[in-house]
Design a protein around this ligand. Structure first.
Ligand SMILES: Nc1nc2c(ncn2[C@@H]2O[C@H](COP(=O)(O)OP(=O)(O)OP(=O)(O)O)[C@@H](O)[C@H]2O)c(=O)[nH]1
Length: 739
């Protein structure tokens, strides 16, 4: 029965004995269904600006534009809401592609990896730069699939604004909630685009209501649809009281007319637009004091007299303050509504200088950038995408990487255009750059001009920190990334075709990890095998595929396994003594410690020291003690899985002089394992938060199927004619192999 289901949403949630971690979204069948024949790369790229020489909009437009004219924008949504299709339309209308790419034909610009084209999904986000009406837009297309949640989060970190795309027939879906929360966390102003207004079941009001209810956001209706589903033909611009109608005979949507609504020809639409405009004005006046003053003063008698520009400025302010979100609608597939969306991006989303970044004051105009993506290019080596927050980047510039504590040189500077790039002489703050030549920089690293500049910034940050909060260390405060890497939920062994190829496999995995920190690689201590740990089946499958395509290695994967964890349920104490004589040296350690359960949802143990443990003894041995605790917690006594939610308190440590740190670690580790064995224990398994949309007549079959899979149903919602079952199912029960 599960094969009929459409949407899966995933969450690790602690229900009685189990654990909450992150919210993920998962869609097994959809990720595998749209497999298409391989489309060669570069199909659509013969006439890109600055590359071939024709149709260059003017070289000036390629070089650093004024910061007020820059928009660093991301598109975020639930899987399949239409992000890639919308991006393709945006690129086409902005003049940077000559033909419309189609996800279903596998020839889109932003999904440029071979796997993305074959599967019709976005895996890695690609930054694309283009101009619209004198504005420079750097657009980052983010993946919607749960396995790539970290990609979304990392991209959000470098954005100044975002467009949330919704399927108008489904409203807010599970993954939308996740990315919305991520955007909240990074305080990113947003615009909502209700896409798929042409689709059967599309409902503007339903989608708006779900934004209000599920996202707890205040929607500002800047448009109303003209028709819905089959009859959708255009939109009403509420701010200007105009109608925008697309020519049904135009096959690319470039041909549309914008006409003022008139009493004579459109009495009904005009009435609706006037009511919507008045409601919008009142709504904004409630949120923005300056606008309220203006409206109540000059225009209280007649809102019609309020100029559109004044309303637009107020919408911009409210969007920036994130007290409400502008809502627009259209159909990317049917080429309707995308140009007004582009206008809204330039009008309502902020420029980089309108965003306040606390750390900018520490750099005083010196270079400060975040490497938010690394791609490996066979010819040019690693390509690093960077968001420049302050200062300037040029080719041949030496930069300092704070995370890696290393200095290296940028050889070339490019403007990113999916897999095609324009070479440029310099780029200033606010822009997104693509650099060549950085061999050690990894995704998430903070880049500055020199070590001394970093130190100066750290000193300023410290002074600032004294006045404010002082919880972070000097360098930590300078690091921009701040993206938490979720713990993997799947793992499997990976083997090279022959032992001689093991170094090639290690190299490939190292490169892939630089690109994608959510991919973890470890060595199994028992079998000596390399183990891949990832965020989902698709994640691991893609990595396997990339090793073959990009590194020419045919590897073998062992069976995919769910990453279980263990925890303890009560406090226990243990003591242990290790007494060894190696050569003429005696190593003697006695440890006394306590293990107790805590709520952290983390596999990193909390380490505490009792007051009885003197600082003197800890000075030389703290690292050894902590290494011992960490290594013991990696393998629980039940299944050998990592231990989660545990705190270890060291009560006593007695050392014979000359005892080596290896012996201290070994004794502490043995003692922790002793304690864990004594405690009452439990295995934890990852749970998926599941959202199943189903027709009414299939509901009981679906509920029975979920029960059989040890699932628990939280609620059953009504969505138009369908039912949405919301609940949890153990991940192990809905792996592709389990279906
Ligand atoms: N009816 C209709 N279908 C659309 C529209 N926009 C996109 N689609 C279809 O919806 C499917 C998903 O579109 P994508 O653009 O790949 O969606 P996405 O959000 O980028 O998906 P991921 O990259 O996999 O997260 C494709 O089959 C599109 O043809 C639309 O406006 N109307």
């Amino acid at each position: 029965m599960l094969s009929n289901l459409r949407i899966f949403a995933v969450n690790h949630k602690k229900i009685s004995s189990l654990h909450i971690n992150n919210m993920y979204c998962f869609r097994i069948r959809a990720s595998l269904k749209r497999i298409k024949p391989h489309v060669p790369l570069g199909k659509n790229y013969s006439s890109l600006p600055g590359l071939i020489g024709n149709d260059v909009k003017s070289l000036y437009s390629v070089i650093s534009p004024p910061i007020t004219k820059i928009r660093n924008i991301g598109i975020m949504a639930h899987i399949d809401a239409g992000k890639t299709t919308t991006t393709e339309r945006i690129l086409y209308y902005s003049g940077y592609t000559r033909s419309l790419g189609d996800v279903d034909d596998g020839d889109t610009v932003t999904d440029f990896m071979a796997q993305e084209r074959e599967r019709g999904i976005t895996i890695q986000s690609a930054a694309v730069t283009f101009d619209w009406n004198g504005y420079r837009i750097n657009l980052i297309d983010t993946p919607g699939h749960v396995d790539f949640t970290l990609e979304v989060e990392r991209c959000l970190r470098v954005l100044d604004g975002a467009v949330a795309v919704f399927d108008a027939s489904a409203g807010v879906e599970a993954q939308t909630l996740t990315v919305w929360r991520q955007a909240d966390k990074h305080k990113i102003p947003r615009i909502c685009f209700l896409n798929k207004m042409d689709k059967a079941g599309a409902s503007f009001n339903y989608a708006v209501e779900s934004i209000r209810e599920k996202l707890k956001a205040k929607p500002l209706l800047l448009q109303l649809p003209i028709g819905e589903a089959k009859t959708f033909k255009g939109v009403v611009d509420v701010v200007n009281k105009e109608k925008l109608l697309w020519n049904p005979n135009s096959n690319d949507g470039k041909d549309f007319e914008r006409k003022p609504l008139l009493e004579m020809s459109d009495p009904k639409l005009l009435k609706e637009a006037t009511e919507a405009r008045n409601a919008l004005i009142e709504q904004i006046a409630d949120l923005d004091d300056a606008f309220a003053e203006l409206v109540l003063g000059e225009f209280s008698e007649n809102f019609d007299l309020l100029p559109a520009e004044k309303l637009q400025t107020a919408i911009h302010r409210v969007t920036l303050a994130q007290t409400a979100v502008p809502v627009l609608c259209g159909s990317a597939l049917k080429n309707k509504g995308v140009q007004p969306l582009l206008d809204a991006i330039t009008m309502y989303l902020p420029s980089p200088e309108e965003r306040s970044y606390e750390f900018l004051q520490w750099y005083k105009g010196d270079l400060c950038a975040l490497a938010f993506k690394v791609l490996h290019d066979k010819q040019r080596g690693p390509l690093v995408f960077m968001r420049i927050y302050s200062g300037m980047i040029k080719p041949q510039l030496a930069i300092h990487n704070i995370n890696g504590n290393c200095t290296e040189r940028i050889s070339r500077l490019l403007l990113p255009f999916a897999d095609q790039h324009v070479e440029i002489p310099s780029l200033t703050a606010g822009n997104i750059a693509l650099t060549v030549g950085l061999k050690h920089t990894a995704t998430g690293d903070t880049i500055v001009s020199s070590k001394s500049s970093a130190l100066a910034a750290a000193r300023r940050a410290e002074r600032e920190g004294e006045q404010k909060h002082r919880q972070n260390s000097e360098t930590e405060r300078l690091l921009l990334a701040g993206v938490e890497i979720p713990e993997p939920v799947f793992f499997c062994s990976i083997e090279p075709p022959s032992v001689a190829k093991q170094p090639d496999l290690d190299h490939a995995l190292k490169c892939l990890q630089r690109e994608d920190p959510s991919l973890k690689v470890r060595l199994d201590p028992d079998s000596g095998q390399t183990v891949l740990c990832g965020m989902g089946e698709l994640h691991i499958e893609i990595i396997h595929d990339r090793i073959k395509r990009e590194y020419g290695l045919e590897t073998y994967l062992g069976p995919l396994q769910v990453a279980y964890r263990e925890t303890i349920l009560n406090s226990v104490c243990a003591t242990d003594t290790l007494d060894r004589t190696l050569g003429d040296r005696r190593h003697l350690v006695t440890v006394e410690l306590e293990a107790k359960p805590v709520e952290t949802s983390s596999v990193v143990p909390v380490i505490e020291y009792a007051e009885s443990v003197s600082e003197d003894i800890l000075k030389g041995s703290q690292e050894a003690v902590e290494n011992g605790i960490h290594s013991a917690c990696l393998q629980g006594p039940l299944l050998g899985s990592p231990i989660q939610d545990v705190a270890i308190t060291l009560h006593s440590l007695i050392l014979h002089p000359g005892t080596s740190s290896t012996m201290i670690s070994a004794c502490v580790s043995r003692c922790v394992q002793k304690a864990l064995k004594k405690a009452d224990k439990q295995v934890l398994e990852p749970l998926m938060h599941l959202e199943v949309t189903v027709t009414r007549d299939h509901l009981s079959a679906v509920l029975a199927d979920l029960a059989q899979r040890r699932g628990s149903v939280q609620e059953i919602q009504t969505r138009q004619d369908n039912r949405v079952v919301v609940g949890f199912v153990p991940l192990a029960e809905i792996m592709v192999g389990a279906l």
